[in-house]
Ligand binder design. Structure first.
Ligand code: HH2
Length: 278
């Protein structure tokens, strides 16, 4: 199936006009990511893997140099850049749309200069200088909700009404970015599955996806191989592909415009079948 690409050629970057759910393939240039930690630590292996994901149909490749798994230790900016810059530069040269998965303003600036198309921040551009780093650039922004920090977020997540609180937070962050000069079309929102959330919180957010989508921004859903898939299937991390594909399909059905996944080929096939037969 021909996969339309008009959405990513726009300058400045725009999420407007996404006609089908897009697939973000995950490349973790880390030692300690929960699913693929250590496998792509060497930049040349990360580049090779990213090229494979692009060939399998990833619309965007999400490159990260710092794990955000529960309990993960922070990585200094210079080390994060050492890991990811060669990868971003190589992929940008190949014409592959890259998003950078980072919480740090300095890393955002360098990644933008290296050619990334999207900045994906699990910390919703709350770090000092983050809004300023991206506001004047031509890149798309993924704004994610997290309760707490990766080190502590799964210890005792608590909400009154998780969907309402996540929705209000995302709306407030989108408004802050727009006030700083970011065009509405550059913003996508992500409820942050597993980031300070129990299985029941994640379930409530799945049900709330249509209401979150009605806020008028494209939604990103990242559930691939996460603990919630393990809890629902009883499977170890390396055996969660089928469960993850099912969750990605349901997220798309509930209004997600982008799904962030490890298993690109399987997800692309499933989405193509779903789109033809729904
Ligand atoms: N999840 C992870 C990392 N980045 N970004 C967005 N927008 N949404 C997510 O759900 C999300 C994300 C965690 O997954 P992964 O990259 O596989 O693991 P790690 O953080 O251990 O590198």
């Amino acid at each position: 199936m021909r996969r339309d690409e008009g959405w990513r050629r726009a300058t400045p970057f725009s999420f407007a006009g996404i006609a089908r759910p897009l697939v973000m393939g995950i490349v973790n240039v880390t030692d300690d990511s929960f699913s693929d930690g250590g496998r792509f630590r060497d930049p040349s292996r990360a580049i090779e893997h990213a090229l494979e994901l692009a060939a399998e149909g990833a619309d965007l490749v999400d490159v990260g140099g710092e794990s955000t798994r529960p309990g993960a230790a922070p990585v200094p900016a210079d080390e994060e850049l050492r890991r990811i810059l060669p990868v971003i530069e190589a992929l940008a040269r190949e014409g592959i749309a890259v998003s950078v998965d980072t919480m740090k303003a300095a890393v955002m600036r360098a990644a933008i200069a290296a050619g990334c198309a999207v900045v994906n921040d699990v910390n919703a551009f709350l770090a000092t200088g983050a809004v300023e780093a991206v506001a004047g650039a031509d890149v798309g922004l993924v704004v994610m909700h997290m309760q707490g920090t990766p080190r502590t977020m799964q210890q005792a997540p608590k909400y009154g009404d998780v969907a309402a609180e996540v929705g209000a937070f995302l709306r407030e962050r989108a408004t802050a970015l727009e006030t700083a000069g970011v065009a509405h079309e550059r913003i996508a929102l992500d409820p942050g599955f597993g980031f300070g959330k129990t299985l029941e919180h994640n379930r409530a957010l799945f049900h709330a996806l249509p209401a979150l989508a009605a806020m008028g921004y494209p939604l990103v859903a990242g559930v691939s191989r996460k603990k919630m898939i393990g809890e629902l299937t009883g499977r170890a991390v390396g055996e969660r592909s089928a469960g993850s594909v099912a969750a990605a399909l349901l997220a798309a059905q509930n209004g997600a415009s982008l799904v962030r996944v490890h298993d690109v080929r399987e997800t692309v096939d499933a989405l193509n079948v779903w789109m033809e037969l729904r």
